[in-house]
Design a protein around this ligand. Sequence first.
Ligand SMILES: NC(=O)c1ccc[n+]([C@@H]2O[C@H](COP(=O)([O-])OP(=O)(O)OC[C@H]3O[C@@H](n4cnc5c(N)ncnc54)[C@H](OP(=O)(O)O)[C@@H]3O)[C@@H](O)[C@H]2O)c1
Length: 348
Amino acid sequence: MYKINYNIALIGFGGVNRALVNIISINPEKFYREMGFNICIVAVSDIFLGSVYSPEGIDLDLLNELPVAKGAFASLRNGNAKADNEDIIKNSNADIIVEATVTDSVTGQAAISHCRWALANGKHVSTTNKGPLAFAEKELIDLALKNNVSFEYEGVVMSGTPVLRFADKLMKGSEINKFTGIMNGTANYVLGLVEQGQTFTDAITSAQQQGFAEADPSADVEGKDVMLKVIVLANRLWDANLTQDDVKCEGITSLSEVMIKEAVAEGQHWKLIGEASKKDDGSIIASVSPKKLDLLHPLSGINGVVNAITFTSGMLGDVTISGPGAGRTETAYAILSDIIAIHQHVNV
Ligand SMILES: NC(=O)c1ccc[n+]([C@@H]2O[C@H](COP(=O)([O-])OP(=O)(O)OC[C@H]3O[C@@H](n4cnc5c(N)ncnc54)[C@H](OP(=O)(O)O)[C@@H]3O)[C@@H](O)[C@H]2O)c1
């Protein structure tokens, strides 16, 4: 049956899911005209704000105006000061669960459970959270297949820049055997400022002041964030089943300010590169490390918080896609693109 309305439950109501509500609410008629379907937010659950479930839909203006205050959902009709993730995911009338809670890069939880509950209960999932992909990708994809629902995660590698679908759909069959990427805007921004003469400490402080870096920037500068993205992309491209033990990881903390300035004097740029390649015997080699690129390299001119990935394919050679790798609205767009993919899946 052709479906034109999707009931959605949001798990986590921070920057990304708030931006999604904002995108949907700005002009619902235009949204329907352009997308061909309506979105109805029926539930939201957040560990800090509490939860709300209204099967007929929640007023988006109320969600847009919700203050960032502990238990704030209790002020809404049907609201509660406590999160209610499991019951909402399993028992609400949502067709799609949007998982945008914080990434736990040690265990991937609680997001893995959120995705598991949803898929096992016949609900589609869109997530922007790297955790479930880095730790349970195969299990969740198999669960989605078994239950004939979609598991979508375009936002986890390069936010709204559609790198997964670009490789997976638009370059399908072109024999991609390698990718090389700048996948962390914070590290790239910091390297750029050090090239201009700042110290690492000042450059990281500047990234924090601009809102690019977390209070604890270690995942960005030590390469862990890129490592998780390399795993997600390699597994998607080649069904590689890579885990963190398979990826050598070195961050920009191994560079000195002198090394960075010397490279510029030689017409080169240090970049934090995540890469993986598929060998003739089918094995995958993956790593994250700083690399000195000369000016002719397609990634040498990628500056600031912009991200880019070059795919090397047997038929096309190098193809590079670049764009924003973070941002609330940009990442919310990735969710929207996931919902469009779900719509296409449902209506084939
Ligand atoms: N923002 C970006 O540019 C971007 C880009 C790509 C991917 N992502 C990913 O997208 C996800 C969401 O990002 P964001 O910027 O919206 O993060 P955020 O602003 O920190 O929002 C996450 C929200 O989820 C809540 N939360 C944490 N654990 C929860 C749980 N178990 N159940 C329910 N709610 C929970 C958090 O509450 P507390 O604050 O109390 O923990 C917070 O309100 C993250 O995984 C992030 O890595 C973000």
